[in-house]
Design a protein around this ligand. Structure first.
Ligand SMILES: NC(=O)c1ccc[n+]([C@@H]2O[C@H](COP(=O)([O-])OP(=O)(O)OC[C@H]3O[C@@H](n4cnc5c(N)ncnc54)[C@H](OP(=O)(O)O)[C@@H]3O)[C@@H](O)[C@H]2O)c1
Length: 257
């Protein structure tokens, strides 16, 4: 696959690392020159990676273009580029709808949106793609598990759920800090909480037919401490706040696209 990336930041670093260390079919990869440290770091570390002198050179050498610049830069960056009709374009910009994207990358018509995660570096990214484009599927299957989506509103909703990750870490930090206050050494507290949730998450991935509610019920023995903790949070409206925050993020994605 002849791949080009416009935007060489955090997510490109993760995808290219994941692809290049997966040991499957080699990719020819062209990277845009900003950020130079990341681009040259990848080119020095892996075979088949070149750093272009400008964004247009990435397009000129590539068949599939991944758009990975920040939402605030995307329209300006794309409007300066000359796409070919045979280019395939995969946008990672959450706030650009397929319709907006089509106008920006014309005359290219084979366009998809994707939402990979930094866990792509370890080939563990769940990546939603819309529409279910075979090229996007092949690319992101190399760095994790692909979730093809038939409707754009569903794709946007999945994008919204990726906004929960920082809060997940904040939740873990609160628990680990509390543990530290009880006298557990900081590094041990952090490692314990990370592994507590690693085990729980692995169990959920291994049992795809079980709802999270059913898994919660398994842990929340009647009268036990899990039930007590969950009840405390539910009674104070914490879970309702989560749904409200997701609504707000989804609204923003829709408004900006
Ligand atoms: N990070 C994630 O987990 C994630 C997941 C899914 C989707 N996304 C989406 O992917 C996109 C990139 O996210 P990111 O986290 O990788 O952001 P990032 O780390 O800020 O990377 C964006 C890169 O674009 C570069 N850039 C800025 N202007 C440019 C231009 N005119 N031409 C070429 N490159 C330019 C920046 O260079 P400088 O450093 O020099 O400014 C930066 O290195 C965003 O739209 C984001 O919403 C990110």
């Amino acid at each position: 696959m002849q791949l080009g990336f416009i935007g060489t930041g955090e997510i490109t670093l993760s995808i290219v690392t994941g692809l290049s260390s997966s040991g499957v079919a080699p990719h020819s990869i062209w990277l845009s020159p900003r950020n130079s440290a990341v681009a040259h770091g990848l080119a020095n570390r892996f075979h088949g990676i070149s750093v272009a002198s400008c964004n247009q050179e990435v397009l000129d050498h590539s068949a599939t273009i991944v758009i990975a610049v920040r939402p605030s830069a995307a329209r300006d960056v794309l409007s300066e580029l000359a796409f070919r009709p045979d280019h395939r374009v995969i946008s990672l910009v959450a706030t650009l709808s397929l319709r907006s994207l089509s106008a920006l990358v014309a005359p290219a018509v084979r366009i998809a949106r994707a939402v990979p995660l930094p866990s792509a570096a370890k080939q563990l990214s769940p990546t939603a793609i819309y529409p279910p484009d075979p090229m996007a599927f092949e690319l992101f299957a190399g760095v994790g598990t692909v979730f093809p989506v038939e409707r754009e509103n569903e794709f946007d909703a999945i994008c919204a759920t990726t906004a929960t990750i920082a809060s997940y870490f904040a939740f873990n930090e609160t628990i680990a800090s509390w543990l530290e206050e009880q006298g557990v050494p900081a590094s041990q507290a952090r490692d314990y909480i990370a592994r507590l949730f690693l085990g729980v998450t692995t169990g959920a991935v291994d049992a795809p037919k079980r709802s999270f509610q059913s898994l919660a019920a398994t842990h929340a023995t009647a009268g036990g401490i899990n039930e007590q903790f969950l009840k405390h949070l539910v009674e104070r409206g914490l879970l309702t706040r989560i749904s409200e925050a997701l609504d707000a993020v989804l609204h923003r994605i829709g408004a900006e696209s």
